[in-house]
Design a protein around this ligand. Structure first.
Ligand code: SF4
Length: 511
């Protein structure tokens, strides 16, 4: 697949009869893939002539759905039920539903929720403006879902949510067949972008002021298989290291089965690749891993972690774990506890297994009773909570370079702190001593850690010394964006930030 920019034509449906622009709002559910897809949905609507609204009270409400979450369909129809009355009060309002759940439910959505005007899938996000126009003109719902990708989504106009940090897709889809996962049937087979196209997008982001990129793929380690280069991912990381002005490179998600030493070498030898790794374990039991159709075993998993830490002793490693997969016995669960204890994860995203229709595991015998899953889950949370706390406490007294973010510190206003991410992606809340200059989102501060909690670090500057701030191009870009949108440019004014986390629960106390 070769990439050329996809042109979105201006749409007459983007304007009211008096010539004013119609507004849109995108509500995003689910993972970082969806967050990035929503940037493309927004970009396509802006290119068609719509204007983005700050709240959901918009002329066009787009719901970018996720099928991975428990009861996703029930929740969607509940939300749509509420929106029916909102729509009755708002003349000309249109509702569009896209994403994985739309791909799964197809025209069932308009059958159950006739207030929906457009249903579009994961493979045709760029069609949304045309579908909205057609729905408005024909006064009937439009459902368009493609079975496979026609143009790579990265060619669509993209409205980036963050000035300092950006997502860049390296592949879409997945060739694996994990039995709990709905992704392969909804996102299709893996399609890899050409390295040149990826690097061009990274350079363009850096030119616009970003200093951090996160490379995205369902399974980044199999990147290159489609064009016959098994070492392509490590080479891509090294090539990112050559880009002037790019300070932080991250990626998600790798797969333990395909994680090879050349990638560890590339991470360790490329200074702007951050000492951070998200490595999904899913289960510590080899028997359950086999049932999940995940081809690595716990010994291999622990071996990868050991080699990563040999080369990058300060790497923060996080993971995903599913508790209560069908047939999981107490013995299997103890294996997960053993591997978690040995892995010393910085944090873990834990899931209680629940049936996802359309996946092989949904019809497996021996579904584990809910109360058993809950009880195991609580034990796992407690264990990881302790480990996260111990790991974070070890950082007290160290200095960390923190990239200032927006919207990540929910209590910043009350605590008079700002928030950002350390190089290893740990969340850091830091004080701004009186009289100190205030950094902008995108600037980097050099702080000393004064306390470790399970899910964050604090840097409270007990001596009251002014913050050590490195003003960056990303901070300048943030200022420019604020000025363009008539903001004030102060650090407590939020532009919509990109959420770097994964979905669902992060173990540790809420901040
Ligand atoms: S590798 Fe990830 S995306 Fe692919 S099937 Fe397994 S869990 Fe799903």
């Amino acid at each position: 697949m070769t990439e050329t920019a996809t042109r979105i034509a201006p749409s007459s449906a983007a304007f009211n009869a008096d010539g004013s622009q119609r507004s849109f709002f995108v509500r995003t559910l689910g993972c970082q893939m969806n967050v990035h897809d929503s940037e493309r949905i927004s970009g396509s609507l802006l290119a068609a002539g719509y204007v983005e609204a700050a709240t959901e009270d918009a002329d066009v409400l787009v719901i970018n759905t996720c099928a991975v979450r428990e009861n996703a369909a029930t929740k969607l129809y509940g939300n749509l039920g509420h929106l029916a009355s909102v729509k009755r009060q708002h003349e000309g309002m249109q509702i569009a539903v896209g994403g994985c759940l739309a791909q799964m439910e197809q025209d069932e959505i308009v059958r159950k929720a006739p207030q929906v005007d457009v249903v579009f899938g994961t493979h045709n996000m760029g069609s949304l403006p045309v579908l909205l126009e057609r729905a408005r003109h024909n006064e009937e719902a439009q459902v368009e879902l493609l079975e496979s990708l026609e143009t790579f989504p990265s060619t669509l106009p993209t409205k980036r949510d963050s000035t300092y940090s950006g997502w860049v897709s390296i592949s879409v889809g997945c060739n694996n067949t994990c039995t709990f996962c709905i992704v392969p049937s909804l996102r299709g087979k893996e399609k890899d972008r050409r390295p040149g196209d990826i690097l061009a997008e990274v350079r363009a982001l850096v030119d616009q002021g970003a200093i951090e990129v996160t490379l995205l793929g369902q399974n980044v380690n199999s990147y290159g298989v489609e064009f016959g280069d098994k070492l392509a991912f490590g080479k891509l990381l090294r090539a990112c290291g050559e880009i002037d002005g790019l300070e932080r490179v991250r990626f998600t998600s790798p797969h333990p089965a395909a994680f090879t030493d050349d990638v560890i070498d590339a991470m360790a030898e490329t200074p702007n690749v951050m000492p951070q790794l998200h490595m999904p374990l899913q289960s510590g039991s080899d028997r359950i891993l086999r049932e999940m159709r995940r081809s690595y075993r716990s010994k291999k998993f622990l071996g990868i972690l050991e080699r990563v830490r040999e080369r990058m002793p300060h790497a923060a490693i996080s993971t995903d774990i599913i508790v209560g997969f069908p047939g999981e016995t107490e013995e299997d669960f103890q294996e997960t506890m053993r591997v978690v204890e040995a892995s010393r994860f910085a944090n873990a995203f834990t899931f209680q297994y629940s049936i996802r229709d359309g996946t092989p595991a949904a019809t497996m015998a021996d579904q584990v009773p809910k109360e058993v899953v809950q009880e195991r889950f609580e034990r796992l949370v407690e264990l990881q909570h302790r480990i996260s706390l111990e790991e974070n406490e070890q950082l007290v007294g160290t200095r960390q370079q923190v990239l200032v973010s927006v919207d990540e510190g929910k209590k910043d206003g009350a605590t008079h702190r700002l928030t950002g991410r350390a190089e290893d992606n740990r969340l850091v809340h830091f004080a701004v001593p009186e009289g100190s200059e205030t950094p902008r989102p995108g600037d980097v501060v050099d702080v000393e850690i004064t306390r470790g909690a399970p899910s964050y670090l604090l840097a409270d500057a007990p001596d009251g010394a002014p913050l050590r701030i490195r003003r960056t191009r990303a901070g300048d870009a943030w200022d420019a964006a604020q000025a363009a949108s008539c903001g004030t440019g102060s650090a407590d004014t939020a532009v919509g930030a990109v959420n770097l986390g994964l979905p669902t629960l992060r173990i540790g106390a809420p901040q």
